[in-house]
Design a binder for this molecule. Structure first.
Ligand SMILES: Cc1cc2nc3c(=O)[nH]c(=O)nc-3n(C[C@H](O)[C@H](O)[C@H](O)COP(=O)(O)O)c2cc1C
Length: 189
């Protein structure tokens, strides 16, 4: 494990799997990493930012415009971290990242982040299989983004299929592999 002493930026987008990002935060902290969390507006409706504050020990960034600690939160958040993990990555954030759209804190930080970015997609199986989402995933892979999952299994909407977010353990392993210079074993195929 290479996580001890590493700085990890965790972006949480508005998927129901945001609750699993809380467990991921705990695991990364337990492994000795520093974890800074940013959430989209939708994510903050699904899981309270206070949960991530409590688990990471750091205030959670929520907006480009209301961060009392920085005039350029997307730049300062990107500066200290060795890796940016977005979990869950929604169809929306993937489409924005694939197109270079930067209209909120998370999408702007994706554009401003100079290091490796790992996406853990999570969504309904129909959303995942839509050509638009598949185009986003293919473009992001071409652009050098790393992927872990999505997995096949039971989805929060009750369906079975592809779209389940990788488990926190698998995401931690992928982060570790990227930081060690090995290609992660999970993929968006
Ligand atoms: C209860 C609930 C669960 C959702 N789960 C997902 C999801 O797992 N994946 C996804 O792509 N969108 C999901 N959505 C839709 C997104 O929240 C919506 O597209 C939103 O605009 C995403 O914004 P963000 O990417 O800025 O977080 C969900 C919406 C609701 C109300």
């Amino acid at each position: 494990m290479t996580l001890k002493g590493k700085e990890i930026l965790l972006g949480v987008a508005g998927g129901i799997a945001a609750f699993k990002a809380a467990a991921l935060t705990s695991r990364l902290k337990a492994a000795g990493a520093g974890v800074s969390v940013m959430m989209t507006e939708s994510a903050a409706k699904l899981v309270a930012p206070q949960t991530f504050y409590a688990l990471s020990g750091r205030p959670v960034r929520l907006s480009l415009w209301t961060d009392p600690t920085s005039a350029h939160p997307h730049i300062s958040a990107a500066k200290d971290a060795q890796i940016f993990c977005v979990a869950p990555a929604t169809a929306d954030i993937m489409a924005k990242a694939a197109a270079g759209i930067a209209d909120d804190l998370l999408s702007t930080t994706i554009l401003a982040f100079p290091g490796p970015i790992l996406l853990a997609p999570a969504m309904n199986r129909v959303m995942w299989s839509k050509p638009a989402t598949q185009r986003s995933a293919a473009r992001l892979k071409e652009d050098g983004f790393y992927f872990v999952g999505p997995e096949t299994g039971r989805l929060s909407c009750g369906d079975d299929g592809v779209g389940r977010m990788a488990e926190p353990e698998a995401i931690e392993k992928a982060i570790d592999e990227i930081l060690s210079g090995a290609a992660p074993s999970g993929s968006a195929d």
